[in-house]
Design a protein around this ligand. Structure first.
Ligand SMILES: NC(=O)c1ccc[n+]([C@@H]2O[C@H](COP(=O)([O-])OP(=O)(O)OC[C@H]3O[C@@H](n4cnc5c(N)ncnc54)[C@H](OP(=O)(O)O)[C@@H]3O)[C@@H](O)[C@H]2O)c1
Length: 290
C-alpha cells in the first residue's frame, strides 16, 4: 500500500523541482511504502498546509521558494541551523509536533567533503553572491572552521553584512563588489570558489554570464557552482579551462535532500541512488531543451 500524505515538497511554483524524482528513488530503494509528492501551495495557504502535517500519516515535508521563511511561525520548534539561517527547508512531524530544520548548509558541506574531497578547515574561500543560499554556505563554512572568507556581491551592502556575520564568529572576512576588476585578488588567493549567484542559471537573470573568467581562476582551486541547471554552467566551463577542479550544484541538492530523508526516516539515505536519479532527471531535461 502506498501512503499518500507522508512526504513531499511545497513551493510556488513547484513544477521545476526534481526532488520528487530522487526522493522517490530513495524510498523505493529501501522499500519504504511512501509516496513523495510535489505540492504547489499558494502563499495564502501555507499556514493551513503546515497545520495538516500534524496528521499521523505525515512524516514531514521539504520547503522551497518562496515558503522557506513563511512556514516558520507555524512550527513548534526550530533547530539551530534553521534559526541561524532564518529559513526552513525541512519540517519533521513527531507525533503532532512540528520541527523546522535547514539542511542546505549541511548538504553543501557534505557535498564539498564527499564529492569535492575538500575539507574547508583553514582554507581561503571566495563566495560569490550574498542571497539566501550564500547565507547558508557562509554559515556552513564558518562552522567548518574556514580560514578566511571573501564575499563578493552585486549589492555590496549585502556582502558586507554577511562578512560581518563571519567576523562575529571570529573568521577573518572581507566584502567586495561583484566586479571582475575587483575580484581578481581574492580569486587568485582562493582554495575554494563558490558561486551562490543566479548567474549562469537557465531562465535566470543572465544565462550566459560567468562571474569569473579562466585567467582569474587558480588551477589548484575547487570551483563549486550552486547553480545546477544547466549542469555545466558558464563558470564551470571557465574553471575547466583554467584546469581547476569543479563541482556542480546537483551534489548539494542531493545531499540536502539526503539529510532531510534521514531526519524523517531515522535511517541512512541511499545517496548514490539519489544522485543517479537526480543526474538522470537533469540529463533528460537538458535533452528536452536541445
Ligand atoms: N544546488 C542547490 O542545492 C541550491 C540551493 C539553493 C540555491 N541554489 C541556486 O543558487 C542560486 C542563488 O539562489 P539564492 O536562493 O541564493 O537566490 P537569491 O537569494 O535570490 O540571491 C541571488 C543572488 O544572485 C545575485 N544576482 C542575481 N542576479 C544577478 C545579476 N544579474 N548580476 C549579478 N548578481 C546577480 C544577487 O545579487 P544581489 O544581492 O545584488 O541581488 C544575489 O547575491 C540560484 O541559481 C539557485 O538555483 C542551488
Amino acid at each position: 500500500m502506498t501512503i499518500e500524505t507522508a512526504l513531499g515538497i511545497i513551493g510556488y511554483p513547484i513544477g521545476h523541482s526534481i526532488s520528487p524524482l530522487f526522493q522517490q528513488a530513495a524510498l523505493d530503494r529501501l522499500s519504504v511504502p511512501h509516496r513523495y509528492r510535489a505540492y504547489e501551495v499558494h502563499p495564502d495557504s501555507v499556514g493551513d498546509f503546515v497545520a495538516s502535517l500534524r496528521s499521523e500519516d505525515a512524516l514531514g515535508i521539504n520547503v522551497t521558494v518562496p515558503h522557506k521563511e513563511a512556514v516558520m511561525p507555524f512550527l513548534d520548534d526550530i533547530d539551530d541551523w534553521a534559526a541561524e539561517a532564518g529559513a526552513v527547508n525541512t519540517i519533521v512531524n513527531r507525533e503532532g509536533r512540528l520541527t523546522g530544520y535547514n539542511t542546505d548548509g549541511y548538504g553543501f558541506l557534505r557535498a564539498l567533503t564527499d564529492e569535492g574531497d575538500l575539507d574547508p578547515a583553514g582554507k581561503r574561500v571566495l563566495v560569490l553572491g550574498a542571497g539566501g543560499s550564500a547565507r547558508g554556505v557562509v554559515q556552513a563554512l564558518v562552522r567548518a572552521g574556514v580560514g578566511r572568507l571573501d564575499i563578493a556581491n552585486r549589492t555590496l551592502a549585502r556582502a558586507e553584512s554577511l562578512a560581518e556575520l563571519a567576523q562575529q564568529r571570529n573568521v577573518p572576512a572581507g566584502a567586495t563588489p561583484l566586479d571582475p576588476g575587483q575580484l581578481s585578488e581574492a580569486a587568485e588567493a582562493a582554495d575554494l570558489i563558490v558561486n551562490c549567484t543566479s548567474l549562469g542559471m537557465r531562465h535566470g537573470p543572465d544565462e550566459t554570464a560567468s562571474p569569473l573568467t579562466a585567467p582569474q581562476i587558480p588551477s589548484g582551486s575547487l570551483v563549486y557552482d550552486l547553480v545546477y541547471n544547466p549542469m555545466l554552467t558558464p563558470l564551470l566551463q571557465e574553471a575547466q579551462l583554467a584546469g581547476a577542479k569543479t563541482l556542480g550544484g546537483i551534489s548539494m541538492l542531493v545531499y540536502q535532500g539526503a539529510a532531510s530523508f534521514e531526519l524523517w526516516l531515522q535511517r541512512p539515505a541511499p545517496v548514490s541512488d539519489m544522485m543517479d536519479a537526480a543526474l538522470a532527471a537533469m540529463r533528460a531535461r537538458e535533452a528536452e531543451t536541445q
